[in-house]
Design a protein. Sequence first.
Length: 503
Amino acid sequence: MDQRADDVRHVAIVGGGTAGWMAAAALARAFHRPGGLKVQITLIESEAIGTVGVGEATIPPIRQFVESLGLSEDDFIRSTAATAKLGIAFKDWSGPGSEYFHGFGDYGPVIAGPPWRQYLFRLKAEGRIENLDAWSMPTAMARACKFAPPVDDSRSVLSHYSYAYQFDAGLFARRLRTLAEALGVQRREGRIEGVDRDGENGLVRALRMQDGGEVAADLFIDCSGFRGLLIEQTMQAGYEDWTRWLPCDRAVALPCASTRAPEPLTTARARDAGWQWRIPLQHRVGNGYVYCSDHVDDQTALDDLLGQIESAPLAEPNRLRFVTGRRREAWKGNVVALGLASGFVEPLESTSINLIQTGIGRLLELFPDRTFDPALIREYNRRSAQEFERIRDFIVLHYHLAGREGAMWDRCRRTPPPDTLAAKIDLFRARGEIALLEDESFREDSWTAVFTGSGVWPKRLSPLVEIEPLEAVERQATQFSQLIARAVASLPDHSHHFTGYAR
Ligand SMILES: Cc1cc2nc3c(=O)[nH]c(=O)nc-3n(C[C@H](O)[C@H](O)[C@H](O)COP(=O)(O)OP(=O)(O)OC[C@H]3O[C@@H](n4cnc5c(N)ncnc54)[C@H](O)[C@@H]3O)c2cc1C
């Protein structure tokens, strides 16, 4: 393809964390192929500054990202010490001993007519079942520690689930770096000390390096983490703060040695001032406490975490501070922010890496030339804002509905949710319906898992569901749950598929 005068010829990526290397690998893959545009890509990172060092659980679309890079699953699992993730076990959110599971899959068979979860709501209303777990294939698999990739036949119950990965963030960035460099990405080590802008149009012209050099480019991708070196410190895009709905503002992370075979699930255990994660990898377990500094001090939070982890820590505690929210403009001028530089919704549903992935996809779709048409920028920002807000609503749902006692939990229950979420809650309570909006990351059954897991069930049901004879519905439900139980028993152990980490 011929190069045009206005084409972007040089992209500079600021930062070599998960966001930077994901962007580098994906852009190189998109542009560096025979007949593709020739775009030079330079990634600048500073070992002295380092990366945030967390971010190990994902949601299912990560698999498409890995595949789109041309990485085989086997290579990916070995090089990142990955395990499978079939969902999240939420423990103690409605008080000590309570538990629900958000599995990556549908409830009940996928058939024409009302979704099967509606029939299960009816069985619940009639007092015939307690919860939906027995109709969720990923829930049953995760609890039995079984795993096999889903089959490609929608008639089989073995196709009714999806899965994501849990991996070592450092190893993931390392693997992406090898891949990106092999595709021609230039890496530059060093600290950026200043930014030069065009006096006329305000676009970023070049980055000034500590060693006296400079990196000039047409398009800059800001992956510099929470500091937002270009998007905030230079372009002053502004930040929308969502702390009133999601008050957790700190975390402490601490890996420890595995004491048992890794389970294909993440655990999110509610605590007095937040929640604690447990992410089993092949070679270790990731742990962390996400908390609200108004309700617990840093030392108590660390002591709490130390008291909960299953073996001695393998590293010093990694302490993190954040403000949940999003950058008002993720793209401003010739700067596009990805990763933590673009905003952060706390990691309860492991959504940040997914936001990097969708941001990259959107950037490739709307890739500009050097005129930086404002229409492209507006559309990018509109979609990014929506996607962030949908995820925010989903996370707020967990806190707002949690039945747990305590000052922080009361505060989350009392705070009125965003209007978009309030409407969803009303509709679910009224009829068990979930009205998905544009750019939702989570589908109806994910919302259902959190609603019902938090003890919220619909008051009324669709008449289409109520006209079926109850006994027939119950019989079919029993058959389906038995089918799931038999299918799960036939599967191999999780570790059978997810092994092979070479130290
Ligand atoms: C407590 C916590 C838990 C999380 N858990 C999850 C999870 O389970 N799942 C998930 O999807 N996400 C999670 N995340 C988010 C995830 O960690 C991030 O989305 C991901 O790591 C991307 O980070 P980043 O690359 O944007 O930033 P960083 O990792 O902070 O990287 C920033 C880069 O910029 C470079 N840099 C900065 N300033 C300069 C400079 N002046 N000169 C040169 N280089 C510079 C740094 O050296 C570094 O390379 C979590 C986040 C937190 C805080």
